[in-house]
Design a protein around this ligand. Structure first.
Ligand code: ZN
Length: 502
């Protein structure tokens, strides 16, 4: 068989895997949005069966043969997108073939039921009913790490799934540098006499207006609703199901307007990335997002660097005042802008401000490592959580729903995932600097409601590359500098030194 035919068979094979996975995504989206309680058990069976089929197809020996043939071909130019497809598909194949099918199916079932257990345990503050699932899932993740292999510590194997090339050691070093500057900034803000009036955000904000304005803002920044939609979920997410179909979710609180609005901008940022992928390359690494950290850099950029900027509100505040006259007619723009940038230690990660957010991530990173190494028993998680929380934030969670039961991740088997959120903040600030260096100051455009130049720059410099480069290589290539905490810290100081009069 010639190169062209081999490559075509290889691409078709990957596309079938991706199409099967996209069926799994639809079922997963439905599970989080519309599935009735009675369907939970059957959904677990559906997902278990599908994940087994996906595993079979991803580990098909024929795919291994195709990869061998292609890797040995001299028709593959080392820097080409095709070579990147072969390299990245090889990485996925090696990882998948190292995982026994039994482990994959057990993981799928345990996490599907574990998520349901978590959904029930959280409002009841009932860690004990979730603990057996956490034990089961941690045990399976440790097995996964051993099966996949690692250089240094088992946690590396899990981290690498979500952030190719990241290691526990490098993440630790980056976080340490960030922590050294973040903690004093958070302290200076807490000690400042200039505190915003955040109570204005807890007035009455009718949910239907929140939804309308969220849709309007998401569309304004460039999310295409002909190729996507927005629904409600308890734990908001974005699911890029396939070309032309990207699902966003959010959640509303009538008495706390920022949650849904910035949550929608955040998920729309993820969605703009999914919609910016090369649809011609669907199913291959070249048509897939680079990593979770790079994904998060996009959501955080639109949520925080754009959505919480003064320029964005110069453009959008009139709509807010018109939509919520009872809540906002007496509130000047400066007061509102300061309020949506309130920095305050708080219990819930997803509601945390830009300054303290990364501390929430560091705490989880510090608990996940001993969970996986075996130094921390799942039963001891609540106590360890509260102790660390007090050390970082000076507060003790009043219950587990505000502590170790707040996130869905562990119940979904997503251990090693949290660090990508903080890496995303770092990548996002560095990429935004690069965008401004290329496009000039973006504030005037934002104030006029023009977001297209930034979106198109991201399409061109980040989205269309897919997985061609590793995350930190992509950031370095686009920004011309190795990854550093400095761009993020500079941006935080530029905004908060002014707002808090530091
Ligand atoms: Zn996100």
């Amino acid at each position: 068989m010639g190169f062209a035919e081999t490559y075509e068979e290889f691409v078709n094979h990957l596309r079938e895997v991706a199409t099967l996975s996209s069926c799994e995504s639809v079922l997963g989206w439905d599970e989080q949005t519309y599935l009735p309680k009675g369907g939970v058990e059957h959904r677990a069976n559906q997902l278990g069966l599908l994940s087994g089929m996906i595993h079979d197809k991803s580990t098909d020996p024929r795919l291994g043969e195709l990869l061998e043939e292609l890797a040995g071909s001299d028709e593959l130019d080392a820097d080409s997108p095709r070579a990147a497809n072969v390299r990245e598909a090889r990485r996925d194949f090696d990882r998948a073939t190292k995982l026994p099918k039994r482990l994959v199916e057990e993981m799928s079932k345990a996490t599907s039921l574990g998520q349901q257990a978590w959904i029930e345990a959280k409002p009841k503050n009932d860690f004990a009913s979730f603990q057996p699932w956490l034990e089961k899932i941690v045990a399976l993740k440790r097995e996964e790490a051993e099966a996949v292999g690692y250089d240094d510590v088992p946690y590396d194997a899990l981290l690498d799934t979500y952030e190719t090339g990241a290691s526990t050691q490098t993440v630790e070093a980056t976080f340490a540098a960030l922590r050294d500057e973040l903690v004093p900034l958070a302290k200076a803000i807490a000690d400042s006499p200039n505190q915003p009036d955040a109570s204005i955000l807890e007035r009455e904000y009718p949910v239907d207006v929140q939804r309308t304005l969220g849709l309007e803002a998401a569309e304004a920044i460039g999310f295409d609703f002909d190729r996507g939609r927005l629904d409600v979920a308890a734990h908001p997410f974005c699911s890029g199901i396939g070309p032309g179909d990207c699902r966003l979710t959010t959640r509303y609180d009538e008495r706390f307007v920022p949650m849904a609005f910035f949550g929608t901008l955040h998920e729309a940022g993820h969605g703009i990335y999914e919609q910016g992928l090369d649809t011609e390359a669907y199913g291959t690494p070249a048509g897939h997002s680079c990593s979770l950290g790079v994904h998060e850099s996009q959501s955080r950029m639109w949520e925080n660097l754009v959505g919480r900027s003064r320029a964005f509100w110069d453009y959008f505040y009139g709509r807010f005042q018109a939509g919520f006259p009872a809540a906002l007619s007496d509130v000047p723009l400066d007061t509102f802008h300061a309020a949506v940038n309130t920095v305050r230690p708080s219990f819930i990660r997803v509601e945390a401000d830009e300054v303290t957010y990364n501390l929430h991530i560091m705490l989880r990173f510090e608990l996940e490592q001993p969970l996986i190494s075996g130094d921390l028993a799942p039963a001891d998680v609540p106590a360890a959580w509260n102790e660390k929380f007090e050390a970082y934030f000076g507060l003790v969670p009043e219950d587990h729903a505000h502590g170790c039961l707040q996130d869905i991740h562990w119940s979904a088997g997503l251990i090693g995932y949290f660090p990508t959120y903080a890496l995303g903040n770092l990548y996002g600030a560095q990429l935004f600097d690069a965008a401004e260096a290329a496009l000039g100051d973006l504030d005037a455009a934002f104030a006029a409601g023009t977001f297209r130049p930034l979106k198109e720059w991201l399409n061109e410099n980040v989205h269309r590359h897919g997985r061609r480069f590793q995350p930190t290589d992509l950031v370095e290539r686009v920004s011309g500098k190795p990854l550093s905490h400095e761009p993020l810290m500079r941006r935080l100081h530029a905004k908060f030194d002014h707002l808090y009069g530091l």
